[in-house]
Design a protein around this ligand. Structure first.
Ligand SMILES: *[C@@H]1O[C@H](CO)[C@@H](O)[C@H](O)[C@H]1NC(C)=O
Ligand SMILES: *[C@@H]1O[C@H](CO)[C@@H](O)[C@H](O)[C@H]1NC(C)=O
Ligand SMILES: *[C@@H]1O[C@H](CO)[C@@H](O)[C@H](O)[C@H]1NC(C)=O
Ligand SMILES: *[C@@H]1O[C@H](CO)[C@@H](O)[C@H](O)[C@H]1NC(C)=O
Ligand SMILES: *[C@@H]1O[C@H](CO)[C@@H](O)[C@H](O)[C@H]1NC(C)=O
Ligand SMILES: *[C@@H]1O[C@H](CO)[C@@H](O)[C@H](O)[C@H]1NC(C)=O
Length: 469
């Protein structure tokens, strides 16, 4: 063999040895239909973070958060008594003496996860998705993220609307955030849910809502639910399920995860059936508590306006930390007031508009929360020193409409203020707040620093449907 070719041969052998360990891909190329059940049960099932646009959650190096205003929905819970009644009527179509087969064969060993009607409405406390755990974990995560805004000494107010599971979420969050110091340094303020609180409320209502027709006409059914009923009935000839039953069974499946680590009911329905179920939820939020009800942006303007005042006052005037707790349907009006995630056209009732920005599981899953951050930023090559605003929904940064010129695609505070002032409707006038009721939100500036409400005093009422205070 000539010297040259033997040299080439040796080199190529060396090369082959060097590459004999196959290199793993740095990035998986799979998105598996981009499907997760967590994104298709609306607001019924466990929390999941919002699918983001890729914007980093942490602010860029030139900025630090100097004020936080959060509103969190209560954590994972049991169904409401009304939904529970529907679920129970569907379950009564199953005969305990029959052995079920096919997709329902697990049913013979299954039991309902609500053994006691008193649990309806309550926060869950069992399993990895438990609501109380969600509140606590979220508190510890925010301590890590925003702990620099507490000096370790000040008494920090928190605000909860006056509803059992909401108050319990606030308390668990506080225990997580303040840790050993919760009993002395948090001051829980409970704001009544009475509509007579007018604008001084975390749960304001529109006294004169004239846009409820579409909401009232929603049926909660989809053609795919009939297909599911037909399939299950064919596998079990004694069964007489219809599409309404399928709606209740799918609701029951999503809520099961709030109390148990897994639900066999999830797999009874196909991926495409879950896509339909998710859209039923989107329609409900959009038309009953979101931008599809023209009164809702007026309701949400209460919080949007008051938080704008806080941002302009800055952390020195009052406090850097504003942790608030209420319900899903108190968050969706705020987003509507800010023009966030509002689709260009009303959601269609006769088909699913794929690519819909109003996807409930990304907006108000159980434990969902909306966090407004005020950033204090140094001058960079692309932006001036000053205050900026970022809106974070379920831990994903949501660009504020067209205002993204700041660091980390934030909006300069001055520009944010001008835009928000320009779009906010007039709650008091549009919703016809009675003369005697409060006309603006005051409790952020006028709060109690006592710790007496930090813990529950007394027994848990059955079905925490009643406002506690
Ligand atoms: C869907 O795709 C986005 C990227 O386009 C990715 O971030 C997300 O994790 C995917 N979701 C699922 C459930 O695969
Ligand atoms: C917070 O808790 C720690 C640990 O118990 C304690 O050392 C510290 O004094 C507490 N801070 C205040 C302000 O009470
Ligand atoms: C503060 O406490 C007083 C007396 O208990 C109560 O009347 C008032 O509503 C409380 N204010 C807030 C904001 O919780
Ligand atoms: C399904 O059956 C229940 C009775 O079990 C009934 O109340 C409901 O109206 C039915 N749904 C439809 C769409 O017919
Ligand atoms: C906006 O909030 C401020 C106080 O934060 C209040 O004085 C004003 O009345 C509010 N405006 C509206 C339209 O609610
Ligand atoms: C609990 O409530 C009762 C009656 O409302 C009251 O007498 C008692 O002092 C309270 N206990 C605590 C620890 O706040």
């Amino acid at each position: 063999m000539p010297i040259l070719s033997s040299l080439i041969c040796a080199l190529s052998i060396t090369g082959a040895v060097g590459s004999s360990v196959p290199k793993a891909k740095q990035f998986s190329q799979e998105f598996r239909d981009n499907y997760s059940i967590l994104k298709h049960y609306g607001g019924n099932g466990p929390y999941s973070e919002r699918r983001s646009d890729g914007i980093a959650r942490d602010p860029p190096a030139s900025c630090a958060v100097d004020q936080v205003i959060m509103i969190k929905r209560h954590g994972e819970r049991y169904p409401s008594p009304a939904l529970g009644a529907g679920i129970e009527s569907t379950l009564s179509k199953f005969d305990p003496k029959i052995t079920y087969t096919g997709d329902l064969s697990f049913f013979n060993d299954w039991s309902y996860y609500v053994p006691n009607k008193c649990l309806y409405n309550a926060e869950t406390s069992s399993g990895p998705y438990a609501g109380l755990l969600d509140g606590y974990t979220h508190g510890t995560e925010y301590r890590d993220r925003y702990g620099h805004l507490w000096d370790g000494d000040a008494i920090v107010p928190m605000w909860s609307s006056g509803y059992g599971r909401v108050i319990e979420t606030a308390r668990k969050f506080g225990e997580g955030f303040f840790g050993y110091n919760y009993s002395t340094n948090a001051a829980l303020n409970i704001i009544s849910e009475s509509e007579r609180m007018g604008a001084n409320s975390l749960t304001p209502v529109c006294y004169a809502d004239r846009d409820t027709a579409t909401c009232d006409g929603l049926t909660n059914t989809m053609p795919q639910f009939k297909v599911a009923a037909e399939r299950l009935n064919a596998q079990n000839p004694e069964l007489k399920l219809n599409e309404t039953d399928v709606y209740y069974l799918m609701s029951m499946a999503s809520f099961e995860l709030n109390a148990r680590a897994s639900s066999e009911w999830i797999n009874v329905f196909t991926q495409d059936e879950w896509v339909s179920f998710g859209y039923v939820q989107d329609l409900n939020y959009y038309y009953c508590a979101g931008p599809g009800d023209k009164s809702m942006s007026a309701v949400g303007s209460v919080y949007a306006n008051a938080s704008l005042t806080l941002l302009n006052e800055g952390p020195e005037k009052t406090s850097p930390l504003f942790f608030n707790f209420a319900h899903d349907t108190n968050i969706t009006p705020i987003l509507a007031a800010l023009g966030l995630l509002t689709p260009d056209e009303d959601l269609p009732l006769d088909r699913i508009p794929f690519g819909n920005p109003y996807s409930t599981s990304d907006i108000v899953p159980q434990g969902g929360h909306f966090t407004i951050e005020r950033l204090s930023c140094d001058k960079t090559a692309a932006s001036e020193a000053g205050s900026y605003v970022r809106l974070v929904l379920n831990e994903a940064v949501v660009p504020f409409n067209k205002c993204t010129s700041g660091p980390g695609y934030s909006c300069p505070l001055e520009e944010y203020s001008t835009i928000v002032k320009g779009i906010l409707p007039d709650y008091v006038g549009q919703c016809k707040v009675p003369h005697k009721d409060p006309k603006s939100l005051k409790f952020w500036w006028n709060y109690n620093s006592t710790t007496e409400l930090n813990y529950r005093n007394g027994s848990v009422p059955c079905q925490e449907a009643e406002a506690e205070r």
